[in-house]
Design a binder for this molecule. Structure first.
Ligand code: S3P
Length: 179
């Protein structure tokens, strides 16, 4: 049986520091869609920062919050959904996202990611003695999940404006095919 897909939304997946939030907001503006960020939703719902959730409740509790949000967002339409970097490593999350959104992965090399995140402190998974090595390892482990996206956009070779344009074009093409 074929899976029925409703491409009523556009979901952005990808590693930390690939620009999901920045690009997502601009794509939402261009498509006249709403914008949602799963990390922001989790923070406003729990009243805690992501870093505090990791420290106080543990990563599994955070992943459970992500899982619930992915289920809840299935009622959305005309929304750009930016997701936390680890969210698609749960295959159920990825499958569910695909049922209601075109899933686009923003891809970057470990070096470019490191350059973008090295002066930021809010990501608990990078609170590590060797964050550069951690990025390489995590990215390698997650690559098979990220590559299951419908569309993969390399952000190393494009500026933000070009990435946004790519996404708008890809979304329009994909939804035209489904009409
Ligand atoms: C995480 C990425 C973060 C956030 C949390 C865990 C990850 O989101 O969800 O710190 O597992 O890669 P961003 O990708 O928006 O930084």
């Amino acid at each position: 049986m074929q899976n029925i897909r409703q491409l009523a939304n556009l979901a952005l997946i990808g590693f930390m520091g690939t620009g999901k939030t920045t690009v997502g907001r601009l794509v939402a503006e261009a498509l006249h869609f709403d914008f949602l960020d799963t990390d922001e939703l989790i923070q406003s719902r729990t009243g805690k920062t992501i870093a505090d959730i990791f420290v106080q409740d543990g990563e599994p509790a955070f992943r459970e919050l992500e899982r619930q949000i992915v289920l809840e967002l299935s009622t959305k339409t005309k929304t750009v959904i930016s997701t936390g970097g680890g969210l698609p490593t749960n295959p159920d999350n990825l499958a569910r996202l695909k049922s209601y959104a075109l899933v686009v992965c923003l891809w970057s090399s470990p070096d470019k990611i490191w350059n973008r995140v090295k002066n930021q402190t809010h990501r608990p998974l990078l609170h590590d003695p060797d964050p550069q090595k951690k990025i390489q390892e995590l990215l390698a482990a997650r690559e098979p999940f990220y590559k299951q996206a419908d569309v993969l956009v390399n952000t190393d070779v494009r500026n933000v404006r070009e990435v946004v344009q790519q996404l708008v074009v890809q979304y329009k093409l994909a939804t035209r095919e489904h009409q």
